[in-house]
Design a protein around this ligand. Structure first.
Ligand code: HEC
Length: 103
């Protein structure tokens, strides 16, 4: 019985964490580690210094993840972004989205 309660609590916490982060349950610390390759264009803190490159800092995680997945799938195409998105896994994308949305 005790064991069941512990498992039920763990499940409840996992569900709560998933919902509190919205649809995206990314790991921002892991995202930060992956974000080094993004800084050249999107800025070290997610704020770009080029008028043609968008800021990512503070953007909604769900939007960021969708945008990157769209570049990866080809639904959205850009000569600079498509090759950046191509090698990312879904977990990488969720982590990057969590990181940039929290800046
Ligand atoms: C070589 C420059 C370059 C690099 C490096 C780069 N990006 Fe981009 N990114 C762009 C450009 C340019 C756009 C706008 C493209 C367009 O008009 O669709 C863009 C768009 C985006 C968007 C969509 C923003 C929006 O508001 O719709 C996201 C999200 C994004 N990049 C994430 C990333 C991530 C994450 C990385 C690192 C893995 C990265 N980018 C690396 C140039 C770059």
């Amino acid at each position: 019985m005790k064991k069941f309660v512990a498992i039920a609590n763990a499940a409840a916490i996992a569900v709560a964490m998933t919902f509190s982060a919205g649809a995206i349950a990314g790991d921002a610390a892991a995202g930060k580690a992956k974000a080094a390759s993004c800084a050249g264009c999107h800025g070290a803190a997610g704020v770009s210094n080029n008028p043609m490159w968008p800021n990512l800092a503070g953007q909604k995680a769900g939007y960021l993840a969708k945008a990157i997945k769209d570049y990866k799938s080809g639904a959205r195409k850009d000569p600079m972004m498509s090759p950046m998105a191509a090698p990312l896994s879904d977990a990488d994308i969720d982590n990057l989205a969590a990181y940039f949305s929290g800046l």
